[in-house]
Design a binder for this molecule. Sequence first.
Ligand code: ASP
Length: 651
Amino acid sequence: MFCWLSRLYGGLSRPTRRTTQLIWGSFSRSLVLSSQRRIPELSSFVARTNTCGELRPSHLGQEVTLCGWIQYRRQNIFLVLRDFHGLVQVIIPQDESAASVKKILCEAPMESVVQVSGTVISRPPGQENPKMPTGEIEIKVKTAKLLNSCKKLPFEIKDFVKKTEALRLRYRYLDLRGVQMQYNLRLRSQMVMKMREYLCNLHGFVDIETPTLFKRTPGGAKEFVVPSREPGKFYSLPQSPQQFKQLLMIGGLDRYFQVARCYRDEGSRPDRQPEFTQIDIEMSFVEQTGIQSLIEGLLQYSWPSDKDPVVVPFPSMTFAEALASYGTDKPDIRFGMKIVDISDMFRNTEVGFLQDVLSKPQGTIKAICIPEGEKYLKRKDIESIRKFAADHFNQEVLPIFLKTNNWNSPVAKFIMEEQGLGLIRLLETQEEDVVLLTAGEHKKACSLLGKLRLECADLLEARGVVLRDPALFSFLWVVDFPLFFPKEENPKELETAHHPFTAPHPSDIHLLYTEPQKVRSQHYDLVLNGSEIGGGSIRIHDAELQHYILATVLKEDVKLLSHLLQALDYGAPPHGGIAIGLDRLVCLVTGAPSIRDVIAFPKSFQGHDLMSNAPDSIPPEELKPYHIQVSWPTDSETEKSSLNHPCHPES
Ligand code: ASP
């Protein structure tokens, strides 16, 4: 009966839908025991005496009352009852005198919710179920009450039953009954609890709520707008509590934190949600190293005890190094295949296109080495790699097969003859490796190879090579970001790399007035297994400097921030902070395939709540108090917008 229940805990280190089956009753107990000194009382104030998952031989002979959902019924004799804590087997009485109890328990449809009372007894010898934490006992039922019947379900409440995400989101309240969702949300709650404990009780932080009805902030993400009853006046939902947390420092609160809801109207991206949660932190009189140590301690303290412990301090890498070696500001350092600059080897090359590139000011030649690529990469993989490079980066990628030169490329062959030994030495290649070489401007070449590095890692892993240990949590600080990046649409203008309140690096301040694009910042990001899970900075606390950056460098409308500029002038202390993306963190910790799996009621890929159908329309008369009229798009505008946002199957 319980073949689907395979023991979780050996393999819990990183459960994924592919590899792990959770077991009712074991995870919630273990989470509870591991993280709290006192065992919480799970049945206080309610109609049950015990939870289904907690009963053991030590309860033998006890009269118990349980409430739960009917998970299985067999031969009208056995019934398995489930609550959040686990499963327990109930024996349906067969004698005439208990006919009414039998009728309730045999006629109630699956997933009906019932209350049963009876005695905890031993299972007969040989009938114990070692796969079930309560498998040594069963309940001899005396009375039963149907609390509520369940209609025909849209899907079975069993994790192994496949269902589309759209269906899961439409019936989220049923999806939440599953083991994996219960695990994810409970683990999330436990981690947040530990974080609060660490911040408030161990380090004196103050938990302060900040408004979600706010006003536009210049720069950054697109914001959601909320109409007000004053004609033409709107609130904006904050992208983060950034301004408030700085104002709290000016207000002398000294150490602030909040489990903060943030809103960004950024459209659909796989690891984003329009509303998401940050562990938001700010401290006065702190430097970058202080914030980093605080966060290392916070993660160590709140880390689930069924995972390998977090090792601190986390390694650190500059932005320039991350870009040069990994082609990204969020490197996955669990495996090698680093980008190597091989320009010097080709200074006297006779290969025309390489000569051309190197003659340009930013021209470089770079390569990555794919270990045993000859064995694992197929011809069609190489073709698609080259196509990707051409389509997305307008770049050539040259594959060099060290052993066989089986690509049959005269250029690759020539390069091998000319630079072969140098390549082998610089890239530390082995016989069966494949080198991917590209030539171009530094940043572009690095970004391309960074993408190909990850792509090839996925390909190798799909063919059975283990590159990234799934149990490993590899944290990394990325530091020394530039303060500004050139705007994509107009590279002569600058935008902030983090946000406009980030302080310049003390050693680069002089460049701010002459070559602002060269200024490094006091911005730091926290990366876990190649995903950015947090970011923060030391802030500008000088009003004049803040005004200069906003008005002169970024050309923003300073009026929008006059309150902050004014506040900085009233003795603002030096301060800094960080925000940790809670959804992404929990997603990585649980090994969930998407952040939607660690949020109780997430929005779909297109930002819809598929259960309630939000966002929804409002009749014109209800819009009147807001002085708003909908200007409906024409057919051609609708068509255009659906081309810009291709439909993702939601239903
Ligand atoms: N408010 C910033 C963000 O949401 C984090 C910070 O600088 O503390 O990215």
